[in-house]
Design a protein around this ligand. Structure first.
Ligand code: NAD
Length: 500
């Protein structure tokens, strides 16, 4: 009997009523292990009402008391991290240590959100005019929502609800239908941490639930992370319905390798950042750009045996480098890109398409794949592949290499490997990409900085977490106050007040 998930509304598990479901696989065996109910518009509405009911109580709690709930939640997640990591790996397929990292990176945003009393503080000007003081305050928006992707089912929900809820909002999370267990469990733990019922709700679903969120007049802001086509749709639909929207999309992250780089370190970094989590990371390195042909030849010579010997195994194998892809459908999509790369004329150095794992023949595994001599006019270069496929696009000099990520439609992450401070500094300043690594392969900013790409990797102007996250989930109010001394009246003024 296949397990059936619920929604989590107003602090209770609620059975789905639509009769529509999505399958949740065990990607290691290929079996369906559970099914996710797809919410109706009415079910989304009941979550909005639960969140609305508790908003006055939660938002008027002093920020230090809200922070205490965040501290309790952090302790509970830490206590349950093994359970969460196993749950995550069982649905996503990433190796256990990486699942722990997924939870940990989310927890770092919770730690940041524990500082909300400080982060919400406004500004104050004494005596801006005679007897006049001006001050500003940040206030929560109300009911807000987050729509999250399959690839970081712990970190990304925590990016969003951590900051939003600490700031006094109440929240509806619509997780990926492929691996919703961790967000559901986080919502249970949040309740256990002392949050009133309804502060954090989870509504499972597909396009119908997303549309209900985007059109509901009582949801004030929507944070989205997922593929670019859906991010753009969420941004245009949500803003057309008067909401504040931030929508992060897909990526194609380049690594520029200068001839003076430490090549042993570069090869380690490319292997980890290109193939970790089966390449299903929006900050995975997917294109390596060696500067000069000579360096390209040497890079391929060193990478080939490393890619051939990658250990692809179930997520519970402590020696596994990466596990299966999330679904069979996604694996077939990645395979089709490898077929296309061959057709387009790129040189297939290592072919992972025929990889089979004994005993797990129905699992969604795919071997590591390496392409050389990939050109910017190829579709496989232009698109995001999102699998264990690294492409090498050779450049003749620094200028050509640096222009590739800048000209690409995506602008999420990029890295440069060099010992030359001048080249690195010039690159970081010039490149048209939102997050830059200098000898750092996956430059995901820490929780107190902010995460966000440029160009078609993000729609909307405000990043995730850090101060930008606090700004996204709050609105500012500025108060100009005059307390005239007794008996002094200035009479009516018909001109705009100015400060003389
Ligand atoms: P996805 O776009 O398929 O799904 C994301 C969310 O949108 C899910 O909750 C899903 O249920 C919902 N959704 C799917 N189809 C929809 C539709 N037609 N209408 C409305 N909603 C819909 O993305 P995914 O496959 O879960 O995640 C992988 C993608 O996310 C990759 O493109 C990856 O680069 C991107 N990603 C980006 C970032 C970032 O911060 N830039 C981070 C992680 C992942």
């Amino acid at each position: 009997m296949v397990r059936e998930f619920t929604h989590f509304i107003g602090g209770k598990h609620v059975k789905g009523t639509s009769g529509r479901f999505g399958d949740v696989y065990n990607p290691t065996t290929g079996e369906v292990q559970a099914r996710t109910p797809f919410a109706t518009t009415a079910e989304v509405r009941s979550a909005v009402e639960a969140a609305q009911r508790v908003f006055p109580e939660w938002s008027s709690l002093n920020p230090q008391r809200r922070a205490r709930v965040m501290f309790n939640f952090k302790a509970l997640v830490e206590k349950n991290i093994d359970e969460l990591a196993h749950m995550l790996s069982a649905e996503h397929g990433k190796v256990l240590a990486d699942s722990r990292g997924d939870v940990q990176r989310g927890l770092e945003v919770i730690e940041f959100a524990c500082g909300i009393p400080h982060l919400m503080k406004g500004e104050y000007t004494e005596s801006a005019g005679t007897g006049i003081d001006v001050y500003s305050m940040r206030q929560p928006l109300g009911v807000v929502a987050g729509i999250t992707p399959f690839n970081f089912p712990a970190m990304i929900p925590m990016w969003m609800f951590g900051v939003a809820i600490a700031a006094g909002n109440t929240f509806i999370c619509k997780p990926s239908e492929k691996d919703p267990s961790v967000p559901m469990r986080l919502a249970e733990l949040f309740l256990e941490a002392g949050a009133p019922a309804g502060v954090l709700n989870v509504v499972n679903g597909d396009k119908e639930a997303v549309d209900a969120i985007l059109k509901d007049p009582d949801i004030k802001a929507v944070s989205f992370v997922g593929s670019t086509a859906i991010a753009e749709y969420v941004f245009t639909t949500g803003t057309a319905h008067g909401k504040r929207v931030q929508a992060m999309g897909g990526a194609k992250n380049h690594a520029i390798i200068m001839p003076d780089a430490d090549l042993d370190q570069v090869v380690d970094d490319l292997i980890g950042a290109g193939y970790g989590s089966a390449g299903e990371r929006c900050m995975a390195i997917s294109v390596a750009v060696p500067v000069t042909d000579k360096l390209g030849d040497e890079l391929v010579r060193r990478l080939r045996p490393r890619v051939e010997s990658l250990k692809v195994a179930p997520s519970t194998d402590p020696d596994a480098n990466y596990g299966p892809l999330v679904t069979k459908e996604h694996r077939e999509k990645v395979k089709a890109y490898i077929d296309l790369g061959v057709k387009e004329g790129a040189e297939l150095v290592v072919d992972g398409r025929d990889f089979r794992l004994q005993g797990y023949e129905n699992g969604f595994f795919l071997g590591g794949t390496l392409f050389d001599k990939v050109k910017p006019n190829m579709k496989t270069y232009q698109d995001e592949i999102f699998g264990p496929v690294l492409q090498i696009a050779r450049a003749k000099d620094f200028d050509e290499a640096a222009s590739l990520p800048s000209k690409h439609q995506y602008g999420n992450g990029v890295a440069i490997f060099t010992r030359d401070g001048d080249a690195a500094r010039e690159f970081a300043s010039r490149v048209q990409v939102g997050m830059v690594g200098i000898n750092v392969p996956i430059p995901v900013p820490l929780a107190y900085h902010t995460f966000g790409g440029w160009k078609r990797s993000a729609f909307g102007d405000v990043n995730q977490h850090g101060l930008e996250g606090v700004r996204f989930f709050t609105k500012i109010k500025t108060v100009t106050a005059r307390w005239p001394k007794g008996g002094v009246r200035e009479g009516a003024s018909f001109v705009i007040p100015t400060m003389r």
